[in-house]
Design a protein around this ligand. Structure first.
Ligand code: ATP
Ligand code: MG
Length: 212
């Protein structure tokens, strides 16, 4: 069996390719042009599987893939137990932030100890953040388009990923708190690390050299 690397389509796939290329590894199919979910590389002992970003930790944890690349956001939300994270790949960088409508006085809502309705896909990160601050929140789980929640009255605030801030701006939202910086990590299956030590180590080294 070749070593299996789990990636998600889009920015993680696009930003991982150059790291592999620095060691002469190329992926032989283009996921934007093909419907294949298992992609061969120019190394017969390495293949790539395409999964949803939030499924990468699951594939790696249960051995569906030996290694994977996942955002820190996804790893925290999934739970990090049993996943070895040897490297910050410093790709897909962004930040997790709290944002509100420009006309919502977040600071005084916090000061007054009001209950704040917060819509987010990232409920673990949000729960921890507001607990650390001692702010009472009602969390509303969403799966996308968080920006819409404050505009429709669904929520007072959102917790979401921000990179340039242009999406927030376009929707008349402002960032009021920076929760944490986010980047993507290499994650490794613990059993693969022991049982397939040589090839797994070699691939970790490829990534380590590419990011240093
Ligand atoms: P899906 O689209 O399958 O629901 P997703 O939105 O998490 O999942 P992507 O949009 O490909 O998938 O994001 C993958 C990772 O890239 C995220 O987990 C996050 O770490 C990072 N990311 C998300 N948005 C941005 C952004 N605007 N700029 C930089 N990195 C980002
Ligand atoms: Mg996305």
């Amino acid at each position: 069996m070749p070593i299996t690397l789990a990636l998600s389509k889009g920015r993680i796939f696009d930003d991982t390719l150059p790291l592999l290329a620095s060691a002469g590894i190329t992926v032989l199919d283009d996921p934007e042009k093909s419907r294949k979910l298992i992609l061969a590389t120019n190394r017969p002992d390495l293949r790539v599987v395409l999964v949803r970003a939030s499924d990468v930790p699951t594939y790696v944890q249960y051995g569906g893939a030996d290694l994977g690349v996942a955002g820190k956001d996804v790893l925290i939300e999934h739970g990090e137990d049993g996943l070895y994270q040897p490297l910050d790949l410093k790709i897909a960088r962004c930040r997790m932030s709290v944002a509100v409508r420009a006309d919502f006085d977040y600071a005084s809502a916090v000061r007054q100890g009001s209950r704040i309705r917060v819509a987010t896909k990232y409920t673990q990160i949000a729960r921890q953040h507001f607990a650390d601050k001692g702010v009472h929140v009602d969390l509303i789980k969403l799966y996308g388009s968080m920006e819409l929640a404050p505009l429709t009255g669904l929520a007072d605030a959102i917790v979401d990923l921000v990179s340039t801030g242009s999406t927030l701006k376009a929707n008349n939202l402002v960032e009021v708190e920076h929760i944490m910086d986010i980047s993507s990590r290499l994650v490794v299956n613990q059993a693969a690390l022991k049982l397939r030590r040589e090839p797994v180590r070699a691939l970790i080294d490829v990534f380590a050299k590419a990011v240093s």
